[in-house]
Design a protein around this ligand. Structure first.
Ligand code: PEP
Ligand code: MN
Length: 367
């Protein structure tokens, strides 16, 4: 995967876990100023100030953002806090307007990431411009779409890139406004080495109460920063009122989070090395066992072919699934993990045996 610059190398003075805070939407110059003053009063100055200027709303008629005027108010932020400013852009015109007003960092919202045409249009508007861009995950849990948006930006020369994990729309799971699906940011980090991911607990949780817990989990998983919606008077916010917190509460949340160190891979301690060596050894054994198991599977496949039997045998599958899952649960392995593991092994077994049948008895060509 392509090289890109780490957040600390963006030239904006950002380091460690990046904390981005500010209101969901810029509303009035007075609101922007009051948020800044309260941040100052609390000595709670984030690394970057966020404010939505163009708001993508699910239904028309609600507040759709203040537009270009709001960008002029960002001078107030510079004056009081002197920190970089970031805003969402949803099309090329937004990107051009944001550049005109010298916004320091752009972000692409979840509703835009789902649309490759829109992302490409923004990328073209930024061709040749040296500006950092953060890409929120798409509304649906599609890792390729998320990576694709980052690639489109990378391809036009934007190398100061980061991702934002804001959760995924799931109308069945009422615990979250947007379900976190933690495996997605982890997969992104695995697939694009070095890609930093900022967690946005505000949009994941959708209320004030759950922000601390979700933010802590993000840090535990190894995500690289937090974007938390902050307003001087959250109840009166023009958008996302339920999930915004005051600067005082933000300070409290951040002071309660146990920020973990990201391990220095080059110099792990002796104890960690010993544990990892033991795991490497067990993984070798696991692979030997799998090899042996698949060799037996192949022999069963040969038997099925000789006796003219189908590959999939439902009674046997049911027995394997149930007996192993129960044994696994007794060994403190979760039912979900056992089922996924067994599905994976079984699927591979069925494919191998079907391939054996196909190769031994190829379909006769019609003459
Ligand atoms: C926002 O950050 O205010 C926003 C609209 O985010 P998302 O794209 O995650 O919905
Ligand atoms: Mn919001």
């Amino acid at each position: 995967m392509q090289d890109h610059l780490q957040i600390k190398d963006w030239g904006l003075g950002l380091k460690g876990h990046t904390i981005i805070a500010g209101p969901c939407s810029a509303e009035t110059p007075e609101q922007i100023e009051q948020v800044c003053l309260d941040m100052k009063k609390e000595n709670m100055i984030p690394d970057m100030f966020r404010a939505g200027i163009w708001k993508p709303r699910t239904r028309p008629g609600s507040f759709e953002g203040i537009g270009e005027d709001g960008l002029k108010w960002m001078e107030i932020v510079r004056h009081h806090l002197n920190i970089p400013i970031t805003t969402e852009v949803g099309n090329a015109a937004h990107a051009e307007t944001a550049l005109k007003h010298k916004v320091d960092v752009l972000w692409i919202g979840a509703r835009t990431t789902v649309n490759p045409f829109a992302v490409q249009e923004i990328a073209e508007a930024l061709r040749g411009v040296d500006i950092p861009v953060m890409v929120k995950n798409p509304m649906n849990p599609d890792l390729q779409l998320w990576i694709g948006a980052l690639e489109r930006l990378h391809a036009v020369g934007i190398h100061k890139l980061a991702a934002i994990h804001r959760g995924f729309s799931d109308s069945y799971d009422k615990r979250f406004r947007n379900k976190p699906n933690w495996s997605m940011p982890i997969h992104l980090k695995r697939e694009w080495k070095g890609m930093e991911v900022i967690n946005d607990p505000s949009h994941i949780v959708g209320n004030r109460e759950g922000i601390l817990e979700t933010a802590q989990r993000a840090i535990n998983f190894g995500l690289d920063g937090l974007m938390i919606e902050t307003h001087h008077d959250p109840d009166k916010a023009w958008s996302d009122a339920k999930q915004q917190v005051t600067p005082a509460r933000l300070k409290e949340i951040l002071s309660q989070i146990d920020f973990k160190d990201t391990l220095l891979e080059e110099s792990p301690s002796e104890r960690l090395s010993d544990l990892r060596n033991a795991i490497d050894h067990l993984d070798d054994q696991l692979l030997d066992i799998l090899q042996e198991r698949f060799s037996l599977i192949d022999q069963v496949g040969a038997y099925k072919r000789e006796h003219h039997l189908t590959v999939f045998q439902s009674d046997r599958w049911k027995y394997v699934m149930e007996s192993r899952t129960q044994k696994g649960i007794k060994k403190n392995l979760s039912e979900k993990f056992m089922k996924e593991l067994l599905y994976c092994i079984h699927e591979e077994s069925v494919k191998r045996q079907e391939k054996q049948l196909r190769e031994a008895d190829p379909v006769k060509k019609q003459s």
